[in-house]
Design a protein around this ligand. Structure first.
Ligand SMILES: [Zn+2]
Length: 277
């Protein structure tokens, strides 16, 4: 099966991810992890953790001529996919069509994670990240599906806050197997402070979520149910092959655990209180 992203053919999803990394969200460092864990402990002991949130989304479409065009129908479907994933946990995403930004800039369109193009584009186009989720779409550097900033980065670098999505991953886009809008669910998961379920493999600190089994590495494609796959030997449960924070195809992603939802609300309470309802 061929995986076509950004008009380039990859022989397999593994080849695509090897070449392009897929999600470029960076791994938090040990200092950030320790600091965040301490804050979470305080929120939990205080008993003041939030339990509902409304998150307005501002779509910012960076285009190169006709490339990167996103339709109103795609925006509406993307919001629906986000709400399907999150609303049962009390998180609602809203969208105001009058807030949409379209801009033509070939350099920004090909932005890479951490590049000057990303910095310049966000500086020019972002809205107050305390009141809105800045949701950028672009063509991105080769092989990338998207990336996000973490909530603990907001204070130090507010203009960079938000998610960046390969335009073709929005519902109805051309990113085969990644065009149901689940990349946005995954990246928004990072924006809410979740890590990959395979974070650290079997040896390190994991994703700090008690009910996602540690597993050695990402899962790809459409792994079958009823097998352990690459779950670590210390785990009694199978690898979380349907979790949004894994790397499986869009069609296969449909799960957050209660432990992940708890951490989302820890982070909203600590870093993004303005969204709490
Ligand atoms: Zn990711």
């Amino acid at each position: 099966m061929s995986y076509k992203i950004n008009n380039k053919d990859f022989g397999s999803i593994e080849e695509f991810v090897m070449q392009g990394r897929g999600c470029a969200t960076t791994t938090p460092n040990h200092y950030q992890i320790r600091r965040n864990d301490n804050k979470i402990a305080r929120v939990r002991s205080s008993g003041n953790r939030g339990s509902g949130a409304i998150i307005p989304v501002k779509f910012i479409h960076i285009k190169d001529g006709e490339l990167g065009e996103i339709s109103e129908s795609q925006r509406i479907q993307q919001i629906e996919v986000l709400n399907e994933a999150y609303s049962s946990f009390g998180l609602t995403f809203t969208y105001d069509p009058s807030s949409v930004v379209n801009i033509d800039n070939a350099e920004w369109y090909r932005m890479d994670h951490g590049s000057w193009a990303e910095r310049d584009a966000k500086r020019a186009l972002h809205s107050n990240p305390r009141n809105i989720l800045n949701f950028y779409t672009a063509g991105l550097s080769e092989g990338l599906l998207g990336w996000a900033t973490f909530p603990w980065e907001l204070d130090g670098d507010p203009e960079r806050d938000g998610v960046v999505m390969l335009a073709e991953t929005l519902p109805g886009g051309n990113a085969t197997n990644f065009n149901l809008g689940k990349t946005a669910v995954h990246e928004v998961g990072h924006w809410l402070g979740l890590w990959h379920t395979f974070q650290g493999g079997c040896d390190a600190y994991g994703d700090h979520v008690g009910d996602t089994s540690a597993h050695q590495a990402p899962n790809y494609g459409k792994p079958e149910r009823g097998e352990r796959h690459n779950a670590c030997s210390s785990e009694t449960n199978d690898a979380p092959i349907h979790n949004y924070m894994n790397y499986v195809d869009d069609q296969w992603m449909d799960e957050f655990t209660s432990g992940q939802v708890g951490r989302i609300y820890d982070h909203l309470t600590i870093y993004r209180q303005e969204f709490l309802s």
